[in-house]
Design a protein around this ligand. Structure first.
Ligand code: DGJ
Length: 712
């Protein structure tokens, strides 16, 4: 519900209130965000003379009015607010002072698609739009707020008039007058993405920035702000997630009066967006609130993403189980070898065979050929169309790996169009994985990518495409786009290709990937129903990546595969059953050579694929509960929304002499129902409150348990 009364804007969701007020100087104050309230929260603001705090001219000699203290919806430089600002604009004369004053607002139903960006579209949503105007340049800020369930979606557009401005930073900020907060962030590295960490917000800013032109493995663009005593099951928490796949900046800080400011948006050192009679829209920000701990927050947030953000898989394949040949062959294959793998994959029960890197031009290692997207007939001994036909004749769909945003210097493409690569004029380019990044801010490059993809999709009769991105941007120089605009315009170019593909080939399933999970974000999830979670396929390490990612992303979006042992990244040998259980916490697939499996292994995999298919809709459409997440053991429960079915998966890491038992409380089940587990009927109240003893035998390391739970 959105209520506007006497300059007070009260936005009420299922479980939260977000309140703002226009004050007597036309400034938009941020009053409150938390559990539902009624009334005007401006009563908690005190106006006092704070000594060395500055006051704006319009306050006259009233020293009790200062932006040094007031909670602001839009914070800028040069107004006496000495906290980290959300918006930095440099004016025509180079000064960076700016002040945004309330102009007008409107309330309407149904959110609008933001042109060129992923955006939440909800027909029955309530929306508030507030327009502010900057005093000097007359540039406008249009703020939008969409309310649905426990979520709020913020939007922000900057519209410049005749006067030239440069936008140097544009972050959504949140001010809290008092309180002690922690930030939970998801950091990592290649093969170890989205590890959960928690820090107390204190004086001095805690900042995280990706200046890589992409989300990055190192820090995800989703954060959780919570009370300092919030746990998995108790306390208030809110998640902040950008619908964006490029560079970003986050900060959290406390000021000298104990108020907290948190910001998330665009503002790396490479960003400087010049505007004149033009505009820029920030990617939307999804904010979900819960008063019942991280578990409830994840469930509410993930339900929202599944209903309003994640692209539906429109492919004719229903929850396809795929086999990807990357770890099976790397670059070493022929068409015949691929065919034999695809046949075995079909026999095991897979729905889709994916041909990964190495099928085009002279690509036999990662040193060459990116940009030359025609099949290597010498290597395959056939053309793409024939290979695809032979594979699909076996009754299994065909998919292909591509890395469209990249170019190798020894490619024909680079020879013909060196100006299409992002590199400085007077300096040799910085290489990453031996390759350069194409300039997707250039419309000609975007048109070229669309045209070769059209060709591959048609000739290869593709049902699926794995879209990889294996290096980050370093050289911010384009032959057509001003340097400060590249970060933003590049991502717009990328999204325009996805928009094109989704519209033209609605049944083509695209899986996102970036050297594993280097671009795992809501921007990509808007266009691709799943993304490769990590290049680390070791079951034990993958558990941590899955658990970390599950805080802010539905497990349906996790590309998740069973690979061979010894594992290629860790050299660890884990039981096939354990690998399969861990892969089931996501979109299941295989990443191994099935022609090298023993009969026993083949039979086990056949069984596992059948089991996965039985549970697939429960896993994907149900709610995910983290039950246990310790150094010793992990356990998760997928529960159907009506609480009639559940799947429990648990893994004990190392076996110990004289081990300690592990118990879990099956949160998510209905206390008033009875459930059948392993042939025994057990009351829900017992499972939820007394819990379940996990029946590990402790007879070997990496032991897994899988239990199917059904209402009786
Ligand atoms: C990185 C991906 O994450 C891998 O799965 C694989 O596709 C390689 N790139 C291929 O180069």
């Amino acid at each position: 519900m959105i209520k506007v009364e006497n300059n007070l804007f009260t936005l009420t969701g299922d479980n939260f209130t977000y309140q703002m007020k226009v004050d007597s100087f036309g400034r938009l104050l941020h009053l409150y965000h938390g559990p539902k309230i009624i009334g005007d929260a401006s009563s908690i603001i005190s106006y006092r003379d704070r000594g060395f705090s500055a006051s704006p001219y319009e306050a006259g000699f009233d020293r009790t009015y200062s932006y040094d203290y007031l909670p602001l919806e839009i914070s800028t430089l040069g107004e006496g607010d000495f906290r980290t600002p959300g918006i930095i604009i440099s004016q025509e004369d180079g000064t960076t002072s700016s002040a945004f004053i309330y102009k007008e607002h409107r309330v309407y139903n149904g959110s609008n698609k933001i042109k060129g960006l992923p955006s939440v579209v909800i027909e029955d949503a309530e929306c508030l739009e507030i327009t502010l105007e900057e005093e000097l340049s007359k540039a406008k800020i249009i703020l939008t707020y969409i309310i649905k369930d426990s979520s709020l979606v913020r939007g922000l557009e900057i519209v410049a008039g005749d006067k030239k401005i440069k936008l140097k930073k544009a972050l959504y900020t949140f001010d809290y007058l008092y309180g002690s907060f922690d930030v939970t962030y998801f950091e990592g590295r290649h093969c170890s993405e989205r590890t959960r960490k928690r820090a107390t917000i204190n004086t001095g800013a805690l900042t995280f920035t990706s200046r890589k032109g992409a989300t990055s493995h190192q820090i995800n663009n989703g954060f959780i702000i919570c009370d300092s005593n919030t746990t998995e099951l108790f306390g208030s928490a809110l998640s902040l997630e950008l619908l964006w796949s490029g560079s970003f900046t986050f900060f959290a800080e406390k000021n000298q009066y104990g108020s907290t400011r948190v910001g998330l948006g665009m503002g790396s050192e490479f960003f400087e967006y010049e505007l004149q009679n033009s505009s820029i829209a920030l990617p939307e920000l999804l904010i979900t609130f819960s008063s019942n701990g991280f578990s409830d927050l994840s469930i509410k947030n993930n339900r929202f993403i599944m209903s309003h953000i994640r692209r539906k898989n429109l492919s004719k394949l229903n929850n396809p189980v795929l086999l990807n040949n990357w770890e099976a062959t790397y670059f070493d294959f022929t068409g015949e070898k691929l065919l034999s793998i695809a046949k075995e994959a079909k026999a095991l029960g897979c729905d889709l065979f994916v041909l990964d890197d190495g099928w085009f031009s002279n690509r036999n290692d990662d040193l060459s050929s990116l940009g030359d997207w025609f099949e290597n007939k010498d290597k395959l001994k056939m053309d793409l169309n024939t290979l695809s036909s032979l594979i699909t004749k076996e009754g299994i769909a065909f998919g292909l790996w591509v890395e469209p945003e990249m170019v190798s210097e020894n490619s024909i493409l680079f020879k013909n169009h060196p100006e299409w690569a992002l590199m400085l004029k007077n300096k040799k380019p910085v290489r990453g994985r031996y390759q350069l990044v194409l300039d997707l801010s250039n419309k000609d490059v975007v048109a070229y990518i669309k045209s070769f993809l059209d060709d591959l999709i048609t000739r290869g009769k593709l049902s699926y495409m794995k879209w990889d991105y294996n290096r980050f941007i370093t050289d911010f120089f384009s032959s057509v786009t001003p340097a400060g605009k590249i970060e933003y315009d590049y991502i717009l170019g990328l999204y325009s290709i996805f928009e094109y593909l989704n519209e033209k080939y609605p049944h083509l399933m695209i899986e996102g990937c970036s050297g594993g999970g280097g671009r795992f974000d809501l921007g990509l999830i808007y266009y691709t129903p799943q993304s490769w979670l990590s290049d680390n396929t070791d079951a034990i390490e993958r558990l941590d990546i899955e658990f970390g990612s599950s805080y802010l992303y539905p497990i349906a979006t996790f590309g998740s595969h069973v690979s061979a042992v010894p594992n290629h990244q860790t050299h660890r040998v884990t039981p096939l059953f354990t690998r399969s259980c861990v892969a089931m916490l996501g979109s299941y697939g295989l990443e191994l050579d099935p022609t090298k499996l023993s009969e026993e292994e083949k039979n086990e995999i056949k069984f596992e694929i059948k089991e996965y298919k039985k549970y697939a809709s429960l896993i994907k459409d149900g709610d995910f509960y983290r039950l246990l997440d310790s150094n010793e053991a992990s356990s998760a429960l997928c529960v159907s929304r009506d609480k009639s079915k559940a799947l429990l998966i648990a893994v004990n890491r190392l076996s110990h002499g004289n081990p300690v038992d592990h118990h879990v409380k099956l949160k998510g089940l209905d206390e008033n129902k009875n459930y059948l587990i392993n042939g025994k009927v057990i009351p829900g109240s017992l499972l939820v409150n007394a819990g379940l003893l996990l029946p590990f035998t402790f007879s070997n390391d990496y032991e897994a348990i899988r239990l199917y739970i059904e209402e009786v």
